[in-house]
Ligand binder design. Structure first.
Ligand code: DP6
Length: 328
């Protein structure tokens, strides 16, 4: 038997962040989050079911991966094997399409693409909402990459896995874009998984973060309804800063920032003070992401080029949700 499933998924950047799990095994978050799917970064994955295999094998960008990486894939595919009631092993081949300077390999697009490809390979026909609950169990942020545009990951209830899923809030076809300022290509020093657990366990600010994130989500959804870009940007910037402040309160303190992150933030403020609205957000690394209007991207880019090299700046339009790849 050689069933093949192929899928493309784009990465996403959270405007309201996910930072902390209430259930570490099921990847159930402490708060709901909301993101923008990006066109510029994506993963293509194929899953080939092969009954001559005695274990799963995993190739990333053409390179066979070691046991640690393959075990993660194996555990994830077990979810699909259980659903399909079929124990066949698979060959997984993934390609990350990421502008090289960025070094932004993303678990969000990786597990969303893998979920989509596994769904096709086992011919499960799971709907997108259900698929998002599977993607979640590979990496939380990949829950949102199942859909395009502006996407909410609803935290769900208690320990009920099926209630914690993504929904498309808006197709974001109203003049939105993002510029990534790549500060450092190195792998992050502390994974999000470890960083968020340390924050939940030790930061005295954590309960306040959860309360604030809930309020921010309500407000940002209203801004999205009203297509109010300024409000959208203000809430995004404020929510990201609150997440990083909460991490600083952990023991030991966590900071992903580098001097050039601060330089980028100050430059964006300068551009904004000169009349072009644009707002920053940062994740578990030093890169700075600039939320802007697509129509003002080239003006902003010109200004950013005064402080950063061309290959540090990557522009992205809004991206789409997962897509089955046929014969491409
Ligand atoms: C800061 O999804 O990478 O990017 O669920 O443990 O795999 P795991 O974590 P991950 O965390 C993402 C954290 C973030 C914020 C966000 O994307 O919401």
């Amino acid at each position: 038997m050689k069933n093949i499933g192929r899928c493309r998924a784009h990465t996403n950047i959270a405007l309201i962040k996910y930072w902390g799990k209430r259930n570490n095994e099921l990847f159930l978050p402490m708060n709901s989050s909301l993101s923008l799917t990006l066109d510029a970064f994506y993963t293509d994955t194929s899953v080939t079911l092969d009954d001559t295999l005695t274990e799963d094998v995993f190739y990333l960008n053409g390179i066979k991966q070691d046991k640690t990486e393959t075990t993660k894939i194996n555990r994830f595919l077990n979810l699909f094997r259980e659903t399909a009631k079929d124990n066949t092993f698979a060959k997984v081949e993934s390609y990350n399409h990421v502008p090289t300077a960025a070094g932004l390999a993303s678990s969000a697009s990786a597990f969303a693409a893998l979920a989509g490809a596994a769904n096709s390979a086992w011919k499960l026909n799971l709907d997108k909402q259900t698929l998002s609950t599977y993607a979640r169990q590979g990496s939380g942020s990949s829950t949102r990459s199942i859909y395009g545009g502006l996407v909410e990951w609803n935290m769900g209830e208690g320990n009920l896995s099926e209630t914690s899923h993504a929904i498309e809030v808006d197709d974001a076809s109203w003049d939105l874009g993002m510029i990534i300022i790549a500060i450092n290509k190195q792998q992050k020093k502390l994974s999000s998984r470890v960083g968020m657990k340390q924050t939940v366990d030790t930061s005295p600010f954590y309960p306040v973060w959860v309360t604030e994130a809930k309020k921010d989500l309500i407000d940002i959804k209203q801004a999205i309804n009203e297509k109010d870009f300024i409000r959208l940007g203000e809430i995004t910037e404020s929510n990201g800063m609150k997440m990083h402040a909460t991490m600083l309160g952990a023991t030991p303190p966590i900071s992903y920032w580098e001097p050039d992150s601060v330089k980028a933030i100050n430059k964006v403020k300068e551009i904004r003070n000169n009349g072009i609205p644009c707002y920053v957000t940062m994740d578990a690394g030093p890169n700075v992401k600039v939320l802007c209007r697509q129509s003002q991207m080239s003006d902003i880019l010109n200004k950013l080029e005064e402080s950063f090299t061309n290959d540090q700046l990557i522009c992205s339009k809004v991206g789409e949700g997962i897509r089955e790849l046929t014969d491409e």
